[in-house]
Design a protein around this ligand. Sequence first.
Ligand SMILES: Nc1ncnc2c1ncn2[C@@H]1O[C@H](COP(=O)(O)OP(=O)(O)O)[C@@H](O)[C@H]1O
Ligand SMILES: [Mg+2]
Length: 241
Amino acid sequence: MSQEVLIRVKGVNKQFDLGKTVVHALRNIDLEIYRGEYLSIMGPSGSGKSTLFNMIGALDRPSSGEVAVAGVNLTRLSPRQLAHFRGNHIGYVFQSYNLLPAYDAVQNVCLPLLFSGRSHAEAEARAKEVLTRVGLGHRLTHRPDEMSGGQQQRVAVARALANDPAIILADEPTANLDLVTGEEIIGLLSGLSKEFGVTVVTATHDHKMLASSDRILWVKDGAVDRLERREDLDIRIGKVT
Ligand SMILES: Nc1ncnc2c1ncn2[C@@H]1O[C@H](COP(=O)(O)OP(=O)(O)O)[C@@H](O)[C@H]1O
Ligand SMILES: [Mg+2]
């Protein structure tokens, strides 16, 4: 892990105006994420994890403050520039996999490749390569309903990896999986982080998933509660290994 800051979140606030009330989903968040690190965002349901993800992933804009990725200030990009930026630099993994049910594994992984302008032949070759990397070389032509939850999430990870992104954002990627399968997905993400130097940011509220993280950001009521390195966490919870 380098100490190069890849993602810089500065003074970010996000409010949702619901007419009668205003929800302060994020309060003055400052955060630097290094290239190649694996950062877990921990916090109870409703603490602002997904909202923070949407800011980092350029899926939504802050009410105030700035988010910059590789020196590019996302808050200044047009919707078209943002779409281009997302497609080329960020891969997304969601709790519910979000695969297209009528498409097989290869076709699902081909989609972002075709959107970014690859030919069908190139896209298919790359899709097979990344599916093999995530351990699905034997399930290339299976549709989502012909795969287990863990396998579907592997397809989603392959799809996120397809365009060789600098960042993979995974919002509660293990929430629908049993413990062992969830640990396998986390292991896969952390392996990709080490092998390709991709920066991985995951949200979770499962403490058992922290072992692979380089650092852990704890959020509470939309604000940073604390940020700690895993070594320090191990010491704090008395794990002497
Ligand atoms: N689109 C929205 N409109 C209104 N309130 C929202 C919206 N998205 C999130 N919120 C509120 O913002 C807070 C943080 O939500 P969220 O980021 O989804 O939390 P988490 O992912 O940690 O469960 C919650 O109180 C939630 O109800
Ligand atoms: Mg959430």
